[in-house]
Ligand binder design. Structure first.
Ligand SMILES: [Zn+2]
Length: 284
C-alpha cells in the first residue's frame, strides 16, 4: 500500500509509538526496508535523501520502481524526500510521485524558513502529500563535535512554526546528530524540548539521527511524543560490514550474492528498530 505519512503518523501520535524512516538510495536498500516491515506488519517510511538523489541516482530513475514496490507491499509504505533543501528539487519530487517531502529550510533565518515551508505545504496539498519541516538544526557528527547545543530547537519558535505553516510533522533538534558516534558514546538528550513542543502542538514530532542514540533515549523520546525516527548510518553500516565479512571469508564470492546478502543484513537492522519503535503490527 503506497501512502503518505499523514495517516501513519496520525495513528502513531494517537497510539504513542513511532514509525521508522530508513535512508535508502537504491532498489536493494528499499527492498530490505519493505521486506523488514512486511514481516513485522509495520508501517514504514523510505527516506530518500536529496544529497543521494543528486550524487548517486536521480529521482527520475529511482522513484517509479520504488513506488511499484510500495504499491505491491502488504503494509503501508510512504516515500519521503529527506532533507529537501532545494525548493525546485522538492517540487520535482512531488511531481515525480513522492507521497511525502521534507522541506528543510532550517538553515535560513526563521522567518524565511516559515515562508518557504508554508508555500511548500500549499504546493504539496495538490498532491495530497505530507510535508515535514525542521526548526533548529540537527547537525552532524564531525571531529570531536557530536552535538551542538546552539542548534537546539527553541520550543517557542517550534510551536509558532507549527501553527503558521500547517506542516504534518516537525523535526526538532534536542541532542541527536547525523552520522556515527564514536564507540561507547551516547548523546545526552534535552527531553524538556520534546515535552514542551508536544504539549503545545500535539503533532507528530521527528527524531533525526536515530543511529547510535541508545535504546533508553529512543524509548523516552517516543514516550514524550516522537512519532517518526530516522535511521540511516546503522542501516548502511550493517551492509558495509556484511560486504567486508563476505569478502574476507569468501574472496571469490560473486557480485550478485555479495549484494543480495546486504539486503538480509540491512533487514535485520530495520527489524531491530521497528521492534524498538513500537510499530510492529501497526500497519493497516
Ligand atoms: Zn536528518
Amino acid at each position: 500500500m503506497y501512502v503518505s505519512m499523514k495517516g501513519i503518523l496520525k495513528r502513531a501520535n494517537e497510539g504513542h509509538y513511532a514509525v521508522m524512516a530508513i535512508n535508502c538510495f537504491n532498489l536493494e536498500t528499499a527492498r530490505a526496508v519493505i521486506d523488514a516491515a512486511q514481516e513485522l506488519r509495520a508501517p514504514i517510511i523510505i527516506d530518500l535523501l536529496q544529497d543521494h538523489l543528486t550524487s548517486h541516482l536521480d529521482a527520475r530513475f529511482l522513484t517509479n520502481p520504488i513506488i511499484k514496490m510500495a504499491e505491491e507491499a502488504s503494509v503501508e509504505v510512504a516515500i519521503n524526500l529527506d532533507h529537501g533543501h532545494n525548493v525546485a528539487i522538492v517540487k520535482q519530487c512531488l511531481e515525480a510521485g513522492f507521497s511525502s517531502v521534507m522541506m528543510d529550510a532550517s538553515s535560513y533565518p526563521y522567518k524565511e524558513n516559515v515562508a518557504i515551508t508554508k508555500k511548500m505545504v500549499e504546493f504539496a496539498e495538490t498532491y495530497n502529500a505530507s510535508v515535514e519541516a525542521e526548526v533548529g538544526n540537527i547537525g552532524a557528527v564531525t571531529g570531536e563535535n557530536y552535538t551542538n547545543q546552539a542548534m537546539y530547537t527553541d520550543p517557542k519558535q517550534a510551536i509558532d512554526f507549527a501553527n503558521q505553516t500547517g506542516i504534518d510533522a516537525l523535526a526538532i533538534s534536542y541532542g541527536s546528530s547525523h552520522g556515527d558516534y564514536p564507540g561507547g558514546f551516547t548523546p545526552a538528550f534535552q527531553f524538556d524540548i520534546v515535552r514542551e513542543i508536544k504539549e503545545a502542538t500535539n503533532m507528530p514530532l521527528v527524531l533525526h539521527g536515530g543511529s547510535g542514540c541508545g535504546e533508553e533515549n529512543i524509548l523516552e523520546s517516543i514516550r514524550l511524543g516522537i512519532n517518526k525516527i530516522n535511521v540511516g548510518s546503522d542501516f548502511m553500516k550493517a551492509q558495509v560490514d556484511k560486504i567486508k565479512t563476505n569478502l574476507e571469508e569468501t574472496p571469490t564470492i560473486n557480485y550478485v550474492d555479495l549484494i543480495s546478502d546486504t539486503i538480509t543484513a540491512g533487514k535485520e537492522v530495520v527489524q531491530y528498530y521497528i521492534q524498538l519503535s513500537g510499530s510492529t503490527g501497526k500497519s493497516l
